[in-house]
Design a protein around this ligand. Sequence first.
Ligand SMILES: [Zn+2]
Ligand SMILES: [Zn+2]
Length: 243
Amino acid sequence: MFFGSATPDIKSYYRAVEENKITLLELTKRANNANLPKIEIIDLKQELANGNRSMLSNELYKSIEENLKEKRQTILFLNRRGYSTFIMCRNCGYTVKCKNCNISLTYHSYENKLKCHYCGYEEPVVKICPACHSDKIRYFGTGTQKLEQEIHKQFPNAKTIRMDIDTVTKKNSHEEILKKFRDENIDILIGTQMVVKGHHFPNVTLVGVIAADSSLNIDDYRANERTFQILTQVARTSRKRKR
Ligand SMILES: [Zn+2]
Ligand SMILES: [Zn+2]
């Protein structure tokens, strides 16, 4: 049997290197001797301190602008779908959660509904707090739908396409979206980790990872490892990436 991975998990690596149960074969060069992308990490706390309240850092904004001018393509990666990722009452702290799973519901702007991403439960938008009856219900957190809206606001002439579970609904829509992005030279592809899986786009010279550290907080003991894997894979779709 043969396993192949750009980012083998620690368990497999341990079995190969420490226990010698698997033979390790390493590729030390990229295909075609391509250079690895240049990576910049931008601290959004610093951006906020400098008065930038947007989800895009100044550096990423400037790079997108430059890419649009040069007719190069950009991928923006945000691993949360929907519009707002949690809904809370500012008066009493009540959070709107799924009746079945007890996790926060996500607001989906296109259908104007609240959805549970685990079991699929849906309910209408909440405007009055069910606990204290105040109207101080507020929507927080950013998903791909909100990012798409923000991009339209900041770059009104950019052509965008979004890829997440909500747009990839039919059997071939995954391939169709990627084909459209490549063939029709759409400026910006916005998506969740679906955009990562081993695609090669020669005209993509910029990959922006929004809130790259957010997946460190997921409820999984492999959170660090998973974050490393996904960021490494997303970096490989470009010659350059930014957060
Ligand atoms: Zn649920
Ligand atoms: Zn309340």
